[in-house]
Ligand binder design. Structure first.
Ligand SMILES: C[S@@+](CC[C@H](N)C(=O)[O-])C[C@H]1O[C@@H](n2cnc3c(N)ncnc32)[C@H](O)[C@@H]1O
Length: 386
């Protein structure tokens, strides 16, 4: 067994051994990517919400005895949590290409007495996914890389069963949300824009990548839950292996626009070519719903556990409320409060809009973000007392 500083970590209902991050400081912060095996305590939010989403998925679909494949396992904490915290799970496949990670995953499975449920491999993730596909496929595939998930999407779609759930993390939020547009074009085949709602553009480009891979195989997708949490996006989507769903999915691809003069924003259908091209556009991207509101309200929220962190609970509540709002990109309070000379509290703006009979909900994408179907220029005029 390799030797490096380690500590015991308790997260969810499990306890694991992980590298001692206090020994891997860069600047004045621990840097998980510098440790011999990757472990990021901040990703508890991602892991806890994934447990709630998978438990919700099980009751939503009525499946029993599901299998989960996690090809990029690091310490194995996610695989161990799935095995311990998902109801009626029959098998988890854990894997990592690194020898040190493989050793640690085995240790953590042993510590938690989960040898009967978790199979562990040391392989390249794409090989593992192709093997899983050959062996009949999995109900859930969870891709949690450091950086972009792009290299693993195509084989994940092969490894997943019909009506399976594909969960994907992307930590290249800067690329997807317009900081490095050409990199985004290269990696995701889509152009981002620095619109005020650029963080929503980013997640929609990520979903469109999954959708476009799925379409090439005659599959469709349906996002159940999507969110941004600081440095990463997370998307969980049903994969529907039927051509009729592929045709539906095609209708949900298009472009996003924004006009600073009128504050108008929205989507233009049409893929690969937009149906009109008057505006500066971002895309191609996903223009359908980012969430399945029924799934979030009736299945996901019931599976949020008391022991999850307060941040995980907060994001769970925010996206559930947001899923009930209109499918129009979020706006910023600074857009409607511009020229006022002071910061307007977001709840005041939401109340003004609701008082006029329009929908308005907070957006988890931005501290000053809200989603509304009102004419934002009109709202700005009302706020300015015109
Ligand atoms: C971000 S970490 C995984 C974190 C883990 N899922 C968690 O929740 O803590 C990504 C892992 O992928 C592994 N990895 C990178 N490229 C890989 C590949 N091609 N095949 C398999 N594992 C790979 C790395 O060794 C690293 O442990």
């Amino acid at each position: 067994m390799s030797s490096y500083p380690r500590i015991e970590i308790r997260e969810g209902l499990v306890s694991i051994i992980a590298p001692d991050l206090s020994k891997y400081i860069v600047g004045n912060r621990p840097e998980p990517a510098h440790a011999p095996v990757f472990y990021n305590p901040r990703m508890e939010v991602n892991r806890s919400l994934s447990i709630a989403i998978v438990n919700g998925y099980i009751s939503y679909t009525g499946k029993v005895g599901i299998t989960i494949c996690e090809p990029l396992s690091g310490t194995g904490i996610r695989a161990v949590r799935y095995a311990r915290e998902v109801n009626g799970i029959s098998r988890v496949i854990a894997n990592d290409i690194s020898e040190k990670a493989y050793e640690l995953i085995r240790l953590n499975i042993d510590r938690n007495g989960l040898n009967d449920i978790i199979n562990v491999h040391r392989d390249d993730a794409n090989n593992l996914l192709l093997r899983a596909a050959r062996e009949g496929g999995c109900d859930v595939v969870d891709i949690d890389p450091f950086g972009s998930p792009q290299p693993f999407i195509e084989n994940s779609l092969r490894a997943i069963k019909d009506q399976g759930l594909l969960c994907v993390t992307a930590t290249d939020v800067g690329v997807l949300s317009g900081k490095y547009p050409i990199k985004c074009v290269r990696r995701y085949g889509a152009l981002p824009q620095k619109f005020p709602y650029r963080f929503e553009v980013g997640i929609r480009i990520l979903i469109s990548l999954i959708a476009r891979y799925a379409l090439s195989m005659d599959y469709g997708i349906q996002p159940l839950a999507s969110f941004l949490d600081g440095h990463y996006y997370r998307v969980c989507a049903l994969i529907l292996k039927d051509r009729s769903y592929a045709l539906e999915t095609l209708k949900n691809l298009g472009y996003a626009y924004y006009r600073s003069g009128t504050l108008r924003r929205g989507f233009i259908p049409g893929y690969p070519i937009p149906s009109i091209t008057r505006y500066r556009l971002a895309g191609p991207l996903w223009i359908g719903n980012l969430w399945d509101a029924e799934f979030l309200v009736n299945y996901f929220m019931r599976n949020i556990r008391d022991y999850f962190s307060s941040r995980a609970k907060e994001i769970g509540m925010l996206i559930t409320d947001e899923s009930l709002g209109p499918n129009i990109p979020y706006a910023l309070t600074t857009e409607v409060g511009k020229d006022l000379g002071r910061e307007l509290p977001i709840n005041d703006i939401i109340n003004v809009i609701r008082g006029l009979g329009y929908q308005a909900v907070r957006s988890h994408f931005h501290i000053k973000g809200f989603r509304t179907n009102a004419d934002l220029l009109r709202i700005r005029e009302i706020i300015m007392g015109k």
